[in-house]
Write a protein that binds this ligand. Sequence first.
Ligand SMILES: [Zn+2]
Length: 281
Amino acid sequence: MDSTNEYLDENLRKAKSVLAHADCVIVGAGAGLSAAAGLLYLDFNTFDTWFKGYAKRYGLAYIYEAAFYHFPTPEEYFAYWARHIGTIRYNHPPGEVYRTLYNFLKDRQHFIITTNVDGQFEKAGFDPDKLFTPQGDYAFFQCSKPCTNELFHNKEIITALLSDLETSPFAVKSEHIPRCPYCKSLLEPNIRKAYNFVEEPCVKMKRSYMEFLEVCSRKKTALLELGVGYNTPTTIRFPFEQFVIQNRNASLIRVNMNDGQTTLPLADNYTLSLNGEGMVS
Ligand SMILES: [Zn+2]
């Protein structure tokens, strides 16, 4: 066994111990966790399989890029997003890593904060009332203007749009383009990409999350951070570090393939960085 494996084994042992003795667990999950569940947003082969012809027609190479691409017409925009949401949010099964996490946490006091918008936690069985998704959820459309804070569940809309693509793979029918029932602007996925993100529905979830943090501040707490990089570090990564600095009964377990380091001078006994593979169960 080389020293890297020994380091990992030792940290896994410590992480298991921290989790076993914790009164409550706060999970912070980023894109790395969904990558472990097969949702590879930066992978050409995945993109080319799920979005046939898009590389050649639009010069796109991966999902994350396509999600920010300005398609030339609303018909093409909704053709792409119908495939994107249909495949990722509705067809892709819950990953084993999410199901393992659910089985570990279901009888423990816990709360989830995640930047992932793919619904994997919900599909794996987690209670939506213990789930804070500040970046949104693919399952909902919002008004693009927006004239209202109302969100629109999109499963039926996506199913109808996908049926258009059977005869015309890159464009939905003009008469099926989803529009706001109030101002007739285009609808769009409720995900935090720009200034017009409707975040009102997140506020209630945020309140529940903050209340849970308050409870945890008086208990032995494990913060389990899974696959969180530096895309939006102020959502999970930095607040988790701050929490363990301010609460001496808290421990941070950072599971990350590439970004296991901490940016603040934390004492060793508070952080257990697990670079490389290895899920605690
Ligand atoms: Zn509107």
